[in-house]
Ligand binder design. Structure first.
Ligand code: DX5
Ligand code: ZN
Length: 236
């Protein structure tokens, strides 16, 4: 559980070299999370990986897996991704007609796996919002979520520019989180880099997905440290 001062960096492996994934993962071990983008070619116009590859990544990653499902009918696949090793599982509000129920289902499957001895830690639920979806789409289900992800690009591809117009949405959701005394992580994803992370942190985000801005650097630990320091300085 966390507050706006608990800064977390979640490097997106979409920007990594997939042929050398184990050594790529070794370069980001200082990050709090590892962000894994799952795309189905329907919900977004791009296709990435499925459960077997997520399972392989889980076997090689040191930090918890922050799995972002950009797929239609995600409720059909929750068990597959949980059993593949997702520690945080994110579903899009636009893909979930029963978002409140789907978030609860993620937590319940995780609890059942802990009870069965199939995993040691619970699974954290995450609701994701496309840029065009208003904050109000998650207002009713904050109590069911462990993380809210505000997309700061239109999902589907890495390397796009951060949409500044998302800052008021971040502020609004952080306001609800604080007013209700919740300890949800508020995450941003898309175009996050050293020059804009402070504005997202000042608006209320505490968890930051960064693909290109981490993997483009030769020294990934330094890139992660720089992002974390800039975000921390914005909320000191
Ligand atoms: C976009 C993905 C992001 C992407 C971020 O659809 O959800 O996680 O990998 O990449 P950058 O940081 O390059 O925008
Ligand atoms: Zn993502």
């Amino acid at each position: 559980m966390s507050t706006r001062k608990d800064i977390k960096i979640s490097p997106s492996i979409l920007a990594a070299d997939f042929v050398h994934m184990a050594s790529e993962l070794a370069t980001i071990e200082s990050a709090e999370l590892v962000h894994v983008d799952v795309m189905d070619g329907h919900f977004v116009p791009n296709l990435t990986i499925g459960p077997p590859v997520v399972e392989a990544i889980k076997g090689a990653a040191k930090s918890p897996l922050d799995v972002h499902l950009m797929i239609e009918s995600p409720e059909t696949y929750l068990e597959h991704y949980i059993d593949a090793g997702a520690d945080i599982l994110g579903v899009h509000a636009e893909a979930c007609p029963h978002l409140h129920g789907t978030l609860g289902q993620i937590r319940r499957i995780g609890e059942a796996r802990v009870k069965d001895g199939k995993r040691t830690s619970p699974v954290r639920s995450c609701a994701v919002l496309n840029p065009s979806t208003p904050a109000e789409a998650v207002e009713h289900c904050l109590e069911e979520a462990d993380q809210i992800l505000v997309m700061t690009v239109n999902p589907g591809f890495g390397g796009q520019s951060f949409i500044e117009a998302m800052l008021p949405k971040i502020e609004k959701i952080r306001g609800w989180i604080e007013a209700r005394g919740l300890e949800i992580d508020l995450q941003v994803d898309g175009g996050v880099k050293a020059s804009n992370i402070a504005s997202a942190a000042a608006a209320g985000a505490n968890s930051f997905v960064a693909g290109t801005s981490v993997f483009i650097e030769e020294d990934r630990k330094k890139a992660i440290d720089e992002l974390r320091k800039k975000a921390q300085a914005a909320v000191r």
